[in-house]
Design a binder for this molecule. Structure first.
Ligand SMILES: *[C@@H]1O[C@H](CO)[C@@H](O)[C@H](O)[C@H]1NC(C)=O
Ligand SMILES: *[C@@H]1O[C@H](CO)[C@@H](O)[C@H](O)[C@H]1NC(C)=O
Ligand SMILES: *[C@@H]1O[C@H](CO)[C@@H](O)[C@H](O)[C@H]1NC(C)=O
Length: 226
């Protein structure tokens, strides 16, 4: 479970990240996104990143035989700035949103700034059903009917991120490296990683924090629907 100081640091980072986005791009962040989409964004990998594929579980939430099907989930990693596991250097995860991960990478320069400042490892994970991380072999199959589309949900995507992050940490022996999940817009729900995964051993402050956050979100949803 993520300790309080990590959550506070994450909040600060998000504020910092916003500032950087504005500082890096003279236009608004939305202007940049709009332009890049209109131009038919650059699908190339950004400098310093390497592409990896992870054999991801199709269905994280039940034990039916077909739930053990897998698909290849793309993620890209930049190790240039990482201080390494021995110094417990941080890991910054970008939780992908509704586009291919290289599209995100092209506009997430602030993440690279964070990594160079804090000796961080950068891991950007593509959202299932987007880019190259499409189950059932092809987009046609994946979007064909409710049997195949049923695995296309935010809950499954969050579980993908959790499983992949745990595996990256294991492979790098980075057990003590704190992980900061960042995302923008729909992908910004990465914060829900904490909110949605209560355990029996959660300390009181986390339970209280979760209740507060859920109330705030319910308020937003109520306003949105009003
Ligand atoms: C990290 O620490 C381990 C155990 O002390 C040591 O064997 C290893 O060489 C260290 N790795 C680096 C990159 O310093
Ligand atoms: C969806 O398509 C697959 C493959 O053709 C088929 O096996 C499955 O029964 C279909 N599911 C529904 C709900 O139509
Ligand atoms: C971790 O290493 C295993 C064994 O090499 C590999 O199969 C797996 O894909 C790696 N995990 C990630 C997240 O890359």
């Amino acid at each position: 479970m993520v300790p309080l100081h990590s959550i506070l640091a994450l909040s600060l980072l998000i504020l910092h990240a916003r500032t950087c986005v504005i500082a890096t791009y003279p236009k608004t962040a939305f202007g940049v996104v709009g332009d890049s989409v209109a131009r038919g964004y650059d699908p190339n990998l950004p400098p310093e990143f390497v592409t990896y594929y992870y054999t991801q579980t199709l269905d994280h939430f039940n034990y039916k035989p077909e739930s053990y099907n897998t698909f290849q989930q793309r993620y890209i990693m930049n190790t240039k700035y990482w201080g390494g596991a021995n110094s417990s250097s941080p890991i910054f995860v970008y939780t992908g949103d509704e586009s291919g991960i290289t599209v995100v990478a092209a506009i997430a320069g602030f993440m690279v700034e964070l990594a160079s400042h804090f000796n961080g490892l950068l891991v950007y994970i593509e959202h299932r059903y987007y880019g190259e991380s499409v189950p059932f072999g092809s987009k046609e199959e994946a979007f064909k009917n409710s049997s195949t589309l049923g695995f296309f949900s935010s809950e499954q995507a969050l579980a993908d991120y959790a499983q992949l992050i745990i595996d990256v940490k294991k492979n790098l022996s980075a057990h003590h490296s704190p992980v900061f999940a960042l995302g923008g817009s729909y992908g910004g729900r990465s914060h829900c990683l904490d909110l949605l995964t209560p355990t029996a051993n959660d300390p009181d402050w986390l339970v209280a924090q979760r209740d507060t956050e859920i109330k705030i979100m319910e308020g937003w949803i109520a306003n949105y629907n009003a």
